[in-house]
Design a binder for this molecule. Structure first.
Ligand code: FE2
Length: 427
C-alpha cells in the first residue's frame, strides 16, 4: 500500500495524467491509472508535479537582515559588502540561527528543497559557520543544505581568511569558496584561485567561487579557475558563480574562453535578480545588463543553474525565496523566450542546479526520493509565467506545506463567477 498517491499530475517533461506512488519516503510508481490503495491520496487535477526547487547560490548568514544596522543607500555591491562588515560585528550566533531558520521556513513554503549557501568565514569567531552548521542539522529532513566556506573579504586580502577557511572546513563546511575579483590585484586574484583550488584538491572537496562579479571586460578569473580545475583534476566539481564580466568581454576572447570552460567541466551559476540589480552601476547609457552569457554557455555544453543569491539583506532588499522569480528574471535578461528556452529556464532552478550540487535521488522517477511540489500551473512554462502558487510541498512522501488553490470570485454581469489564473495555457 502506498503511503501517498498523487493522481493526475502533469510532469515537467510534458507527460500528462500521471499518478505518483510513494512508499517509505521513496517514489515507487510513476504511471498512468494506478488503482492501488493509499493511506493518503491527492488529486493534482492536471497541475504540475515538479521536483523541488534548488537554489545553488545563496547567503543564509546574511538573509533577512535588511536595515540592520542601516540600509544600502547606493544599492551597489561594494556598499553591500561594507554594510555586511558592519553587521558582522554586531550579530550573534543566535541572531544568525534565528534568521536562517525563518528563511528555511519561507523557502520550504515556496518549494525549495536544496540550498547551497556561502558562509562568510572572515570573522575570527566563525559565528556564521557555527550558526549554519547548527541550521544544516536542524533542517536536514526537509532541506539539503550545502555550506561553502566563503572568504568574503578576500582569502589573501584578509589576514586570517585562509586559516579561517581551513578551520571552517575542519568544522564541517562542505565546499571551498573564494572571491578573486575582490583581492587587491588581478594577480592576487589568480593566486587566490590557485591556493583555494589546491586546498579543495587536497581534501577532495568541491569548489564554488564568486568569480568575475564585475563589469570589467578584462577580468580573467574564470580562465584561471578553469585552468586550475584541469591542472588539479577537479573536473565536474567546480562552479564559477556570477561570471558577470563575461557579459562585457571581447567576443574573440570569449570564443576561446567558453571552450576552455567546457573542457574543464566547470559549471556556471548566474544569479539573475542580483546581477541585473547590481551590475552596470558605473554605466550611463546604454547600460549593460550584467548577466553572463547564459545561452552561449548552455549551447556550448556548460551546465548552468540559476541562483537567488540574496533575500532581504545588505545587497538586495526584495526577494521571497521564489525560484520562479529567479527563472523569470533569468529568462528576460537572457532573452530566453522560445518555448524550449523557457522550459530550460525551469530546469535551471530544478534539475540543472541539482546536478551542479550533486544531489542524489533527485527527480520524479521510480527510486528517487519522494520529494516534489505540486504547483498551480499546467506545465513548467506556465509555472514561470505565473510564478505559480504552491499547492503541496511533499518531502519524503509527506505533505509538509500546503495551500488552497488560488481562485478569484468574480461579480460581473455575463461573466463566469469564478476565475482560475492557471486557466489560459494551451501549450
Ligand atoms: Fe553570492
Amino acid at each position: 500500500m502506498f503511503d501517498l498517491l498523487v493522481k493526475n499530475a502533469n510532469l515537467p517533461d510534458g507527460r500528462t495524467g500521471i499518478d505518483i506512488g510513494c512508499e517509505k519516503g521513496k517514489i515507487t510508481a510513476v504511471e498512468v491509472g494506478i488503482t492501488a490503495v493509499a493511506k493518503e491520496t491527492i488529486d493534482a487535477t492536471s497541475w504540475l508535479a515538479a521536483p523541488p526547487f534548488v537554489d545553488p547560490h545563496f547567503h543564509m548568514d546574511a538573509t533577512l537582515s535588511i536595515g540592520n544596522p542601516r540600509m544600502n543607500v547606493s544599492g551597489t555591491l561594494l556598499e553591500g559588502i561594507a554594510l555586511w562588515g558592519e553587521l558582522k560585528k554586531l550579530q550573534s550566533i543566535e541572531d544568525i540561527v534565528e534568521r536562517a531558520m525563518s528563511y528555511c521556513d519561507l523557502a520550504t513554503s515556496m518549494g525549495i528543497g536544496a540550498i547551497r549557501s556561502h558562509v562568510d568565514i572572515c570573522d575570527n569567531e566563525l559565528k556564521g559557520v557555527q550558526a549554519l552548521l547548527d541550521v544544516r542539522e536542524q533542517v536536514k529532513d526537509y532541506i539539503d543544505l550545502q555550506l561553502v566556506a566563503f572568504p568574503q573579504d578576500g582569502v589573501l586580502r584578509d589576514q586570517t581568511a585562509f586559516e579561517n577557511t581551513i578551520r571552517a572546513l575542519d568544522m564541517g563546511m562542505d565546499i571551498v569558496g573564494g572571491i578573486p575579483h575582490f583581492e587587491r590585484t588581478m594577480q592576487q586574484g589568480a593566486e587566490s584561485v590557485k591556493l583555494l583550488c589546491e586546498l579543495a584538491a587536497e581534501r577532495g572537496l568541491m569548489v564554488d567561487m564568486h568569480c568575475d562579479e564585475s563589469d570589467d571586460p578584462l577580468s580573467r578569473h574564470i580562465e584561471t579557475l578553469s585552468y586550475e580545475t584541469q591542472r588539479l583534476g577537479l573536473q565536474g566539481r567546480v562552479v564559477g558563480s556570477h561570471l558577470t564580466s563575461m557579459h562585457s568581454m571581447d567576443n574573440y576572447y570569449v570564443s576561446k574562453l567558453i571552450p576552455l570552460i567546457v573542457e574543464s567541466e566547470v559549471h556556471a551559476i548566474p544569479n539573475p535578480l542580483i546581477n541585473i540589480m547590481l551590475q552596470g552601476r558605473h554605466d550611463n547609457y546604454p547600460k549593460r545588463r550584467g548577466q553572463t552569457r547564459v545561452r552561449e554557455l548552455r549551447d556550448a555544453g556548460v551546465t548552468v543553474g540559476f541562483g537567488s543569491d540574496c533575500v532581504m539583506d545588505p545587497w538586495y532588499s526584495l526577494g521571497r525565496a521564489d525560484m520562479l522569480d529567479v527563472a523569470f528574471m533569468g529568462l528576460h535578461a537572457g532573452q530566453l523566450s522560445s518555448q524550449d528556452d523557457m522550459a530550460w529556464c525551469f530546469q535551471a532552478v530544478t534539475e540543472s542546479s541539482a546536478k551542479i550540487m550533486g544531489l542524489e535521488g533527485y527527480g520524479i522517477s521510480v527510486g528517487c526520493n519522494a520529494n516534489f511540489n505540486i504547483l498551480q500551473a499546467q506545465n513548467s512554462i506556465e509555472a514561470i509565467r505565473l510564478r505559480a502558487h504552491r499547492i503541496n510541498i511533499i518531502r519524503k512522501g509527506r505533505i509538509i506545506a500546503s495551500n488552497p488553490a488560488i481562485s478569484t470570485n468574480l461579480s460581473l454581469a455575463g461573466r463566469p463567477k469564478n476565475f482560475d489564473p492557471a486557466g489560459f495555457t494551451t501549450a
